[in-house]
Design a protein around this ligand. Structure first.
Ligand SMILES: [Fe+2]
Ligand SMILES: [Fe+2]
Length: 313
């Protein structure tokens, strides 16, 4: 048993060490590597169709779909800035367990926290730059500290599950949609290329920390944490419902024509569906689902499935 514990520890230590090594190699500077004195090209899309689902609204013209992808791309950057507030705080909190232990693990988590602080600054810059090229009237509704306070009030198991989910879908979005679309604004694409490179380490560290927490909790604590994870997903969905309505209404105000009731409702429903796809559904599939499946009982799995069913549509 002792040999097994030591073997697991060695494997984990080498994974933390690899994250430190990659973090040093992928490290970017906001101005020197990402922005490079450029501004956004508003003749190009921001968010690809695979995420914005704008191509599914056949009644919109090409320029209208492009505008919708730019508004969604603006909120996409703002939502990452928002979640990174609680991610950075949680990562610094769990780093406490390594303070006087594995110093490589500690370095990996400190770098992770510092990168999230930098990403928040990057996304604040992006918001100001996009705002300069768009008409007045856009609003980003959720407040990062209020959301962070609510999230951080849940148990560590539930919060690490949520963070692991988010950081895995960040990787999937870049690989499967953003990287593959040649028609996006070059600057917008570069922002998410550099973000993806640093996030690749975060997703590995999330798995390691969540595994550590999962081994520590009792079955009763895990059962309560499953309920908290369901509450967190419901809270995210409430944010997405508000923001998708705000973004759809902003789009209709600035796009230069009026829509009848039927089309207006289709736009609101289409943006909500896209946001649910981006921030919930696309993350539940794949690697996150596999890990979760290993940690929860069939009964807990069913509980999560039932809660997600209305969102999965
Ligand atoms: Fe990030
Ligand atoms: Fe991250």
């Amino acid at each position: 048993m002792q040999a097994l514990i030591e073997a697991v520890h060695t494997v984990d230590n080498s994974r933390y060490a690899k994250c430190v090594e990659n973090s040093k190699r992928m490290r970017f500077d906001i101005d020197r590597d990402v922005i490079r004195g450029r501004t956004f090209d508003f003749t190009q899309k921001f968010l690809p169709d695979g995420l914005s689902k704008a191509d599914q609204m056949g009644f919109l013209s090409e320029p209208e779909r492009r505008l919708l992808s730019q508004i969604q791309g603006r909120s996409y950057a703002n939502i990452f800035g928002l979640v990174e507030r609680f991610i950075a705080a949680k990562v610094l909190e769990v780093s406490r367990d390594h303070w006087l232990g594995d110093q490589t693990a500690l370095e990996a988590l400190v770098r992770f926290g510092a990168e999230e602080l930098k990403h928040q600054e990057l996304f604040r810059r992006i918001e100001r730059m996009v705002a300069a090229g768009m008409p007045e009237g856009y609003t980003f509704l959720p407040e990062p500290n209020a959301v962070a306070m609510a999230v951080l009030g849940k148990s560590t198991w539930a919060v690490l599950a949520l963070i692991c989910h988010i950081e895995l879908f960040v990787l999937a979005h870049y690989r499967e949609s953003i990287d593959r679309d040649p028609s996006l604004s070059e600057l917008w694409k570069d922002v998410f290329l550099h973000h993806w490179r640093e996030e690749s380490q975060h997703a590995i560290l999330d798995e390691l920390e969540w595994a550590r927490e999962n081994a520590r909790v009792t079955p009763e604590q895990r059962d309560r944490a499953v309920n908290e994870l369901i509450e967190l997903v419901a809270a995210i969905d409430a944010i997405l419902q508000d923001q998708s309505t705000a973004d759809a209404d902003y789009f209709m105000r600035i796009c230069g024509r009026t829509f009848d009731h039927n089309h207006a409702e289709q736009i609101r429903a289409g943006v909500l569906q896209a946001y649910r796809w981006q921030y919930i559904v696309s993350g539940v599939q794949g690697r996150f689902g596999e890990i979760l499946g290993r940690y929860v009982t069939p009964g807990q799995h069913e509980r999560i499935g039932k809660a997600l069913a209305p969102i999965m549509g």
